[in-house]
Write a protein that binds this ligand. Structure first.
Ligand code: UDP
Length: 329
C-alpha cells in the first residue's frame, strides 16, 4: 500500500510517517516545509510543495500509485487563527479542496484526516464524545470542522471514504529519540516547560489559577504522539478492510492539570522549573477530556504510553538532545 502523507514533515505527521514505515507501508511525503522540517522525514521521498499548487499535486498523483492519503498539512495555531482567519480558510479549507480535487480525479478515495478537539468548542459534558455538539470557538476548529463536512458531502457525491481523527493534546516524542517536537515559536505547554528546564526560558507562566478545577488550573488530555500515529495506521487499515467512514476522538481518557504537568516535568528532568501564576489565556476551556472508547472498539486502538511521566520522559529525551530542534542537523 502506498500512502501520501501531506504535512508529513510536521510534528504529528513525521511520527505517523515513522510508524507507517515501521509497519511496512510505502510512504510519500508532501510538505511545503513552512512549519515542517526536512530532518523530520527520514528514508522516504519528501516532495516540497504546497497544497494550493494543483499542478504539482497532480504530478505527484501521476508519478506514484497512491492508494490512500493521510492529511495533516494545515495551519494549526488557535491564537493566530483568531488574528488571521482567512489564512486558515485558505490553508486549511482551500488547501484540502485542492487535495480532494486531485484525489477524485485520480480515483483515490480514502483519506485519514488530522482533526481536532477544537471542533467541539466549549464542552457540554466531560468526557467529550464524538456525538456531542460541535460548536468551535475559533477559526482553527471551524476550518477543521468544515473539512470534515467536505468529506461527508464528497462521500455522498463521489464515494470518498474518510476517517477523521479528533486529537486532544498531542505530546511526547518517538521513544527512540530520532524525531520530536519543534515549533517556532513554541506555544505548547510541555515543550515550553522543558525549555525552562533547559535554561532557554526563565519561567513557565501558568495561564489562570482560578478555574473550577481541583487545583485551579486547566485540565487537558495529553496523548502520546506515537499513540496518535498508531491510530492513523489503524484508520488506514479500517478503510482498506471495511471501506467505512468515521469520526473518532483520540485522547488518553485522563486529564492532567497545568500544575500536574509542571510537577511531572520537575520529576523527570530533576530541575526546579520556575512557575509564575499569570492571567487566563482567552478562549481556554477549564477542562477538555475525551472518551476514546469508539476508537478502541472500532479501530482496535490501544494507547501504549498513557502515563504522564512517560510522555514527558520521551519529550525530554528529544529536547535535551536537540535543544535547538532540527536546526543543528
Ligand atoms: N498553558 C500554560 N502556560 C503556557 C502554555 C499553556 O498555562 O505557557 C496552559 C494552557 O492554558 C492550557 C494548557 O496549558 O490550559 C495546554 O495548552 P496548550 O497550548 O499546550 O494546548 P491547548 O490545550 O491550548 O491545545
Amino acid at each position: 500500500m502506498t500512502v501520501l502523507v501531506t504535512g508529513g514533515a510536521g510534528y504529528i505527521g513525521s511520527h505517523t510517517v515513522l510508524y507507517l514505515k515501521q509497519k511496512g507501508l510505502d510512504v510519500v511525503v508532501y510538505d511545503n516545509l513552512l512549519t515542517g522540517h526536512r530532518g523530520a522525514v527520514q528514508g522516504v521521498p519528501l516532495i516540497e510543495g504546497d497544497l494550493h499548487d494543483e499542478e504539482q499535486l497532480k504530478s505527484v498523483f501521476d508519478s506514484y500509485s497512491i492508494d490512500a492519503v493521510v492529511h495533516f498539512a494545515a495551519s494549526s495555531l488557535v491564537g493566530e487563527s483568531v488574528q488571521d482567519p482567512l489564512k486558515y480558510y485558505d490553508n486549511n479549507v482551500a488547501g484540502t479542496l485542492s487535495l480532494l480535487k486531485q484525489m477524485i480525479a485520480h480515483d483515490v478515495k480514502k483519506i485519514v484526516f488530522s482533526s481536532t478537539a477544537a471542533t467541539y468548542g466549549e464542552p457540554q459534558s466531560i468526557p467529550i464524545k464524538e456525538s456531542d455538539q460541535t460548536a468551535p470557538t475559533n477559526p482553527y476548529g471551524e476550518t477543521k470542522l468544515a473539512i470534515e463536512k467536505m468529506f461527508k458531502w464528497s462521500e455522498a457525491a463521489y464515494g470518498l471514504k474518510s476517517i477523521s481523527l479528533r486529537y486532544f493534546n498531542a505530546a511526547g516524542a518517538d521513544p527512540d529519540g530520532t524525531i520530536g517536537e519543534d515549533h517556532k515559536p513554541e506555544s505548547h505547554l510541555i515543550p515550553i516547560i522543558l525549555q525552562v528546564a533547559l535554561g532557554q526560558r526563565d519561567h513557565i507562566s501558568i495561564f489562570g489559577n482560578d478555574y473550577p478545577t481541583e487545583d485551579g488550573t486547566c485540565i487537558r488530555d495529553y496523548i502520546h504522539v506515537m499513540d496518535l500515529a498508531q491510530a492513523h495506521y489503524l484508520a488506514l487499515k479500517k478503510l482498506e478492510e471495511t471501506n467505512e467512514s468515521g469520526i473518532y476522538n483520540l485522547g488518553n481518557g485522563q486529564g492532567f492539570s497545568v500544575r500536574q504537568v509542571i510537577n511531572a516535568c520537575r520529576r523527570v528532568t530533576g530541575k526546579e522549573i520556575k512557575a509564575i501564576e499569570s492571567p487566563r489565556r482567552s478562549g481556554d476551556p477549564a477542562e477538555l477530556i475525551a472518551t476514546s472508547e469508539k476508537a478502541e472498539k472500532e479501530l482496535g486502538w490501544q494507547p501504549v504510553y498513557t502515563e504522564l511521566d512517560k510522555i514527558v520522559e520521551h519529550a525530554w529525551a528529544w529536547h535535551s538532545h536537540h535543544p535547538n530542534g532540527y536546526e543543528e542537523e
